[in-house]
Ligand binder design. Structure first.
Ligand SMILES: [Zn+2]
Length: 240
């Protein structure tokens, strides 16, 4: 294994293993990446067609867009989309693109707004970008450019008729955002299923609660530290 990026490989493998435990992967698809260079032209990404639950740090592909190292092993749409985001979106060091059940249900509705109806959904108030121009499974340069533009001032993207993409400066924050995003969508979709009207809080309360979450951003590191303790004990091979 390339020991220069041992920590990055271990961090990303931990996220993949925990995403599997949370049921966030769809079959053997979906991709997560982590930049290992300042410009984002070198990054780690999971190999195509593998369960997250079996991946180790050494299984992750190191892609170098300058000399095309690794690009022949990676999913073509994934390396294009992740590579573009990691190079063009300032705060994106880690990119998680998945089709989690409840977030994808919300992305399939005409109105994909995450209404502020509980503390977790309020976390995302005013922080989510939406894309409604899905045109097929293969991402081309035009689509990659469009999605990058959507992520310029928002780090969470609901991709209509598709899934979600979360970007963040750290692995811990990216996973914490993804985890809570799926929880917020689960609560909202479940609320819709009751058939009763939503009890949406005021803009003032939603904004204040969203800010409270930002003020407690260190909780993402605590979350990541705790899940790693479980992985270190129950499936320590993820770091290998
Ligand atoms: Zn996708």
């Amino acid at each position: 294994m390339d020991d220069r990026f041992y920590k990055e490989r271990s961090d990303l493998a931990a996220v993949l293993r925990w995403a599997a435990r949370e049921g966030l992967q769809e079959a053997a698809g979906n991709h997560c990446s982590l930049s290992v260079s300042n410009s984002g032209d070198k990054f780690l990404i999971n190999p195509d067609g593998r369960y997250f639950s079996t991946l180790k740090g050494s299984d992750l592909i190191l892609v170098d867009l300058n000399d095309h190292t690794g690009t022949d092993q990676a999913n073509i749409s994934a390396w294009l989309l992740h590579g573009q985001i990691l190079q063009k979106v300032e705060k994106a060091r880690c990119v998680l693109h998945l089709h989690p059940k409840y977030a994808t249900v919300l992305a399939a509705l005409v109105d994909s707004t995450i209404y502020p109806i509980d503390q977790v959904s309020m976390r995302f108030y005013g922080r989510v970008a939406f894309d409604s121009e899905f045109s097929g499974m293969i991402v081309d340069q035009t689509e990659a450019d469009r999605l990058c533009d959507k992520l310029t001032d928002k780090q969470i993207l609901i991709m209509g008729n598709h899934g979600v993409t979360v970007v963040a400066p750290t692995v811990a924050l990216a996973f914490d955002e993804l985890y809570h995003l799926e929880r917020a969508c689960e609560t909202l979709v479940t609320a819709y299923m009751t058939g009763q009207p939503l009890k949406v809080v005021s803009e003032e309360v939603a904004n204040r609660t969203s800010q409270d979450w930002q003020d407690f951003s260190y909780s993402a590191d605590l979350h990541f530290s705790e899940l790693r303790k479980v992985l270190d004990k129950e499936e320590p091979d993820y770091s290998n």
